[in-house]
Write a protein that binds this ligand. Structure first.
Ligand SMILES: [Zn+2]
Length: 351
């Protein structure tokens, strides 16, 4: 394949911001809850909530959605609404930007209300997971948040891009320019187009990440896995963390949103299967996300801000939680697949 020069980032960014986000994508905001950390974003807590709010019509899809709600068991009400709502939507919100915070020892949440960015501090510099949409976001959110928690942005050494959507890679060139960091992404996402942008060409030191690759800096290691479906080369991650000295293992699935085509759904499920085998093998007991809808991040950050000595870290969900999260995720994808199949054989009655 010949090289196609990507749209300049500024033009990609305009394209992204010009996209009109329909209310369905925003999710119905409950104004009585607008001052909660989620800004009134919809939540599904129970099987009954699911039956009322998800718009699935296929019997199989409804059954899968109910299973997802059972699996979630109230642990991810925002994630459940986002993943298992039919039609799709709900990532886009205007909640207050969460305060940057050290969530685990040397692991910081420094993103905005929609996209979370994780910074892993090491003796030899900082690993960043994702980079927001553009230079402005990188400056105003990432750099400012890093400074607020005492991290020097010039110490960023590695920026790992989970997938080639602009809201994950657009800020990377700016951050590289101030730090000399190397940018890593999967080969498929370096080289391919996506519906939300195309990565700039690899620069000096930038690198390709393959399945199972360990990225190590200053004694900390992030293991990356190829989990395509959201994009052709979406990466997901497992890495050890510690909470005030107590060791845990974090799992971060790197592509949140539902795809559109059946074959992508099937690939997505295969990616989840691959990732769950690895999170089992590595005994993950923490769920993180690069979107706040992916780990109920706005709620958990707010809880963490109020955490008192001896109280649990809200991101530590235990082995049971990781297994429940995986079951939730799969059941929601299966609900969508079932609904797609149903729609093909049961066209909606004409009005
Ligand atoms: Zn994406």
């Amino acid at each position: 394949m010949g090289s196609i020069s990507p749209l300049p980032l500024a033009a990609q960014e305009r394209a992204l911001s010009d996209r009109v986000i329909p209310p369905s994508r925003q999710g119905k905001v409950d104004s009585s809850k607008a001052d909660t950390p989620n800004g009134g974003r919809p939540e599904i807590h129970t099987v009954e909530d699911m039956a009322q709010s998800a718009l699935y019509t296929a019997p199989g899809a409804k059954a899968y959605a109910a299973l997802a709600a059972q699996a979630s068991n109230g642990m991810w009400p925002v994630t459940l609404a986002y993943r298992c709502k039919y039609p799709r939507g709900g990532t886009s919100i205007k909640a207050p930007v969460p305060q940057p915070m050290e969530v685990f020892d040397g692991v910081y949440s420094i993103g905005d209300d929609a996209n979370n960015i994780w910074a892993i501090d090491t003796d030899e510099g900082i690993i960043l997971l994702d980079a927001l949409t553009n230079e402005e976001d990188a400056r105003n959110i990432i750099v400012r948040h890093m400074e607020q928690v005492g991290l020097d942005p010039r110490r960023i050494r590695i920026i790992i891009v989970s997938h080639n959507h602009l809201d994950h890679f657009g800020g990377a060139p700016y951050l590289k320019s101030i730090s000399g960091a190397r940018i890593g992404a999967s080969t498929a996402d370096w080289d391919g187009d996506s519906i939300y942008g195309r990565m700039p060409p690899r620069g000096e030191g930038d690198f390709d990440i393959s399945d199972g690759e360990q990225i190590t800096l200053g004694g900390r290691t992030v293991t990356a896995y190829l989990t395509p479906g959201h994009t052709a080369g979406t990466l997901s991650f497992v890495f050890p963390v510690s909470d005030k000295g107590t060791p845990h293992v974090a799992a971060l699935f790197g592509g949140q949103g539902k795809p559109r085509k059946m074959e992508d759904y099937v690939q997505f499920l295969e990616g989840l299967q691959h990732f769950s085998e690895e999170t089992d093998r590595m005994q993950a007991d923490v769920i993180l996300s690069n979107h706040t809808v992916g780990d109920d991040g706005l709620t958990r950050i707010a809880q963490l801000a109020e955490r008192k000595a001896g109280e649990p870290n809200p991101y530590v969900v235990g082995r049971e939680g990781v297994i429940r999260y995986d079951a939730l995720f799969r059941a929601c994808l299966s609900a969508d697949i079932d609904q797609m199949v149903w729609d093909q054989t049961h066209p909606a009655p004409a009005k």
